[in-house]
Design a protein around this ligand. Structure first.
Ligand code: IFM
Length: 767
């Protein structure tokens, strides 16, 4: 049988394959095989939507609250809904026998291809092949081609692709499924169909267009009706091409959008599937050119890493901050599509060094909601801006009051009351963005203001304790959410220290270099010299919990909590919580949910020496159960930095394959976005040793034994760097139209490199 789509399929190292139909794996495959372009996210369902499938079509930033505890990412009508019937029997998994089945996610070009051979109850076989994609070139397009061939005798097929309105959001508690839209209009036009729906709460309009073309031999025709018939001889093939377009509008005048959709669809249909596909592929080629990481000697690791990067690339969006990236990307409804600190700390760095405009968009998302953050601060009696723990469209706090715990029991959520570090995390990301891009326009328009308003919040949030002569931050939850309502969480306090330091530094810089803009901003936000003086006073007095023996106490009183010995650490780096400890009592112990102190060693690399890093890493390692997907890759990065490459590699392996091995059992609800991002960080910041020390790019690699070479591109302060690292040397080159040079550190030595010249820096013996 001819393979219709092989010409488009990339080589094996770019494919994630499914070799058989396994009903149990259906929901996790839908997440793994998701397609997207930063605007649209589409779960990798099978086109016939088998029973129990969980179709998901999401638009970044489109939320609705109706019937839910809190606002959630809307699951929109499902365009991929193909019904093919022959002789009264429907082609599909679960309705016919499957003699052969293979699906492949082509990560290189964002394509999902499939080949299935069905057999009906009369033992007649049908060959089914499909290819679909969400255009990376044009954010409004989803396209699909399906080729069917009767293998044993002539057959007549009834083909139908209804835009499926029956989809709902899944319920996370007891509320059951919810629908977040109502139908606004349905109509037919010469080249296809039109459907408009409106979200229930805010009345956002989402308009779909669909056109279907049937090709048989040399003839081709538009399917003018929802249902169409195709007659085929034995071994004759028909290809059904469907192009969907999706537009959104908050314009209440629904009449305006219809001609847009209609015109767009006609244009796309005229362009044809092949050209749309070609442009989509070219866009993907450009994306990978800028962001691919090659690992010689470890093809398995290279592929796993690409899988993580693929999923980041399909949710990256350049824009004006309309949306950011949720904890489950656009591949599922986990965490209701909400934005957490995951976005700034875990996901943003990948984009910062590969697609800085996406990183900027993520920061603009926060900037455009700064007013809301200020209202949150005010409502709690603080100054400045306090970002919500969970955020959605408006920037209001959207954390649900109740959620399910790991064991399925209902628990009250307190993160929104106390997990305040997100505010410092946003400031940290703004600072990183500035250092890596030197985008002063962004800083003048948004960045300085964000850093000042967050610093302002912390100055009002911290309280002076005259007894110990320290500023304390009480009643918080750190990244380790097992311990609620603690005082002086080391991570939070250190990030506050960073936030205030950055604010003082930026204040000086802005005043000196941009006095006009400074005057305007200080007038706008009422910033006075005295206030900055207060920040300066707080900085050296923040309680940081660094003890004389070099250990950092995670929070006041942590060392006095019950010690628990974790067994099996050698067997598996993610140890289970000992059975003797009930989940409700875990806060009474020293067990740590996820990297907390270790996280801070990672984010503030120049604040701690290697001895302190080692001491704390090994101390907390014996206490951390990694019940969060955010933990493993951070451990990989720090283990690499302190020279324990074997351990680093084990954690990297866990993190890179987390959603392929279904480690946390909830990949069904979407990919773990933070882990995707920090896996990239473990490779680049950890093994390749790329870090920023004192605003200087530094490369100090420590590769796993199996990796012969790692090579990648980086965007740094407007330059494109190409870096290749093996066990004996670092090769660096950067490109510039001007005659230029850069200062970077390689193997801890400051080097001056000129544009367009390749440099080889050898590793010193024993270094
Ligand atoms: O942001 C995280 C948090 O740190 C741990 N629980 C899940 C959240 C979303 O990923």
């Amino acid at each position: 049988m001819k393979d219709y789509f092989s010409k488009h399929r990339s080589s094996d190292e770019w494919l994630i394959k499914e070799h058989r139909w396994d009903k149990k794996l259906q929901p996790s495959r839908e997440s793994q095989f998701a397609l997207g372009n930063g605007f649209i996210g589409s779960r990798g369902i099978m086109e016939e939507v088998p029973f129990d499938a969980r179709p998901g079509t999401y638009i970044a930033g489109l939320y609705d609250k109706t019937g839910a505890q809190v606002t959630e990412l809307v699951n929109l009508p499902n365009p991929i809904n193909l019904k093919i019937i022959s002789g009264g029997e429907r082609l599909g998994a679960g309705t016919m026998d499957i003699l052969h089945h293979e699906r492949a996610l082509d990560m290189k070009h964002g394509l999902l291809t499939r080949h299935t051979i069905y057999r009906n109850s009369h033992k007649k076989r049908f060959d089914y092949q499909s290819l679909r994609f969400v255009s990376m070139r044009n954010k409004h397009i989803i396209a699909m081609q399906v080729c069917i061939t009767p293998l044993d005798e002539a057959a007549t097929f009834t083909v139908e692709n209804l835009l499926d309105l029956s989809v709902t959001n899944v319920g996370f508690l007891t509320e059951g499924n919810k629908k977040h839209f109502r139908v606004e209009g349905v109509s037919q036009f010469d080249t296809g169909e039109y459907l408009a729906v409106k979200t229930l709460e805010k009345g956002m309009l989402i308009a779909y267009g669909k056109s279907m073309i049937i090709e048989k031999g040399h003839s081709s025709r538009f399917a003018r009706h929802v249902t169409t018939q195709i007659k085929l001889r034995k071994n004759q093939t028909a290809c059904i091409t469907t192009i969907f377009s999706i537009f959104t509008s908050d314009n209440k005048d629904t009449k305006k959008i219809k001609p847009v959709v209609k015109g767009f669809l006609r244009k796309s249909a005229n362009m044809g599937f092949e050209r749309i596909l070609k442009e989509h592929i070219a866009s993907w080629d450009r994306l990978w050119q800028a962001s691919d990481v090659r690992i010689k000697g470890a093809p398995h690791d290279e592929r796993s890493l690409r899988f993580n990067m693929y999923h980041l690339l399909i949710c990256g969006r350049e824009g004006n901050g309309e949306s950011s990236i949720g904890a489950k990307t656009l591949s599922g409804e986990g965490y209701r599509g909400h934005i957490f600190w995951d976005a700034e700390i875990f996901i943003l760095p990948f984009f910062l060094y590969n697609r800085p405009n996406v990183a900027k968009n993520m920061l603009l998302y926060r900037y455009h909601r700064l007013n809301k953050a200020m209202q949150i601060a005010e409502s709690r009696g603080y100054k400045g801006a306090m970002f919500p723990w969970e955020s959605a469209a408006t920037g209001e706090e959207t954390t649900p009051a109740w959620a399910k715990n790991f064991d399925g029991s209902l628990i009250q959520i307190r993160t929104h009351e106390m997990e305040h570090h997100v505010t410092a995390d946003v400031a940290y990301a703004v600072y990183q963005y500035y250092v890596a891009t030197k985008d002063i326009r962004f800083m003048l328009k948004c960045g300085f203001e964000m850093i000042f308003e967050t610093a302002r919040f912390w100055a009002s949030r911290a309280g002076y304790n005259p007894k110990i002569k320290k500023y304390e931050i009480k009643h918080v939850i750190g990244p380790d959410e097992f311990h609620e309502d603690v005082d002086n969480n080391a991570y939070t306090n250190s990030m506050v220290y960073f936030n205030l330091m950055a604010a003082c530094g930026m204040y000086q810089k802005m005043k000196r270099l941009y006095p006009k803009e400074y005057r305007r901003l200080s007038k706008k936000i009422g910033l006075k010299k005295g206030e900055v003086g207060e920040w300066k006073r707080i900085i050296p007095r923040i309680a940081l919990n660094l003890k004389r023996n070099g250990l950092i106490e995670q929070f006041d009183g942590y060392f006095r909590k019950r010690k628990v010995k974790l067994r099996n650490l050698k067997k598996h780096p993610i140890p289970p919580i000992p059975r003797s400890i009930k989940l409700k009592d875990v806060g009474k112990t020293q067990l740590v949910k996820q990297a907390d102190v270790v996280m801070l060693l990672y984010l503030l690399p120049d604040k701690f020496d290697i001895k302190t890093k080692k001491k704390n890493f090994y101390y907390y390692l014996k206490r951390t159960v990694h019940k969060s997907s955010l933990s493993a890759a951070v451990h990989a990065a720090i283990a690499a930095e302190i020279g324990n490459i074997k351990m680093a590699y084990r954690y990297f392996d866990v993190a890179a394959n987390m959603d392929l091995t279904l480690l946390y059992g909830n990949t069904d609800d979407g990919m773990h976005a933070a882990s995707l991002g920090v896996t990239w960080q473990a490779a680049i910041h950890g093994f390749a040793g790329m870090k920023i020390f004192n605003e200087t790019l530094s490369i100090n690699p420590r590769l796993p034994e199996a990796w012969k070479e790692i090579s990648f591109c980086l965007k740094w302060q407007g330059y494109n760097l190409k870096i290749a690292i093996n066990h004996t040397k670092v090769n660096v080159q950067f490109y510039s139209k001007r005659k230029d040079f850069l200062k970077i550190k390689v193997y801890n030595i400051l080097r001056k490199i000129e544009a367009d010249k390749a440099y080889n820096f050898p590793r010193k013996r024993g270094g």
